[in-house]
Design a protein around this ligand. Structure first.
Ligand code: ADP
Ligand code: MG
Length: 217
């Protein structure tokens, strides 16, 4: 579904990604762990073509969509306008509106349809950002720190929500420094450190994955 081969990336002479190779399968929830500054966002940005690797290759099977850490909602637009803005530039407006309504319903946002971003809680903004990502019907969803700034209960909602999206056949790559969250949601976790993958674990094979990962942190 997504193949990353030997990616290298430096900023100002400092190596951030030092030969990253990984294969991600369809409908996998792939967790990207690592301390702050380890290159998680850089790797996601390379996958989305927002950043050009110095060398290496990325092959994707289908459409990717990037969900930003700070949501990047348009502040002067309502929730539904945020959802419709990009799709309406090219697509069919009626169809887009129907899809927006369905997604808002699925994500429990129908009562917030005409609210502005500043009227929403952090968790609601996160859901709107997810709803907007789903509008383009992505095959691969890249989520950068989807729980940053959320409390524990809201984080659990995000876990359930992302899992339900994955069940619709979307492949997910989730970068987070929060091991507790990542181990709850992921099928597989890769740990980045000093530009390299130091752990690649299939979650079903570990009884205490957090403890195992902490040893490498
Ligand atoms: P993480 O998401 O794991 O916290 P990042 O990928 O954001 O890590 O950043 C890794 C390192 O690369 C950091 O030291 C950061 O300052 C640096 N970096 C990221 N983007 C740029 C950029 N556009 N220019 C210069 N340095 C950058
Ligand atoms: Mg980051």
């Amino acid at each position: 579904m997504l193949r990353v081969s030997n990616i290298h990336k430096s900023f100002n002479g400092v190596k951030i990604l030092d030969g990253i190779t990984v294969d991600i399968s369809k409908s996998e929830i792939f967790g990207l762990a690592g301390p702050s500054g380890s290159g998680k966002s850089t790797l996601l940005r390379c996958i989305q073509d927002l950043e050009k690797p110095d060398c290496g290759m990325i092959e994707r099977n289908g459409k990717t969509c990037f969900m930003f850490q700070d949501f990047q909602l348009f502040p002067h637009m309502t929730v539904v306008e945020n959802l419709l803005y990009a799709p309406n530039l090219t697509g069919e407006k009626n169809k887009n509106e129907q899809r927006a309504n369905t997604i808002l319903m699925d994500l429990g946002l129908e009562s917030k349809k005409y609210a502005y971003p500043q009227e929403l809680s952090g968790g609601q903004k996160q859901r709107v950002a997810l709803a907007r990502s789903l509008m383009i019907n992505p095959d691969i969803l890249l989520c950068d720190e989807p729980t940053s700034g959320l409390d524990v209960a809201t984080t659990m909602d995000v876990v359930l929500l992302l899992k339900s999206v994955c069940e619709t056949g979307v492949t997910m790559v989730i970068a987070s420094h929060d091991l507790d969250f990542l181990t709850k949601i992921s099928d597989r976790i890769v740990l980045l450190k000093n530009g390299k993958i130091v752990v690649d674990m299939n979650m079903s094979k570990y009884d205490d994955p957090i403890n195992y990962l902490r040893k490498y942190y």
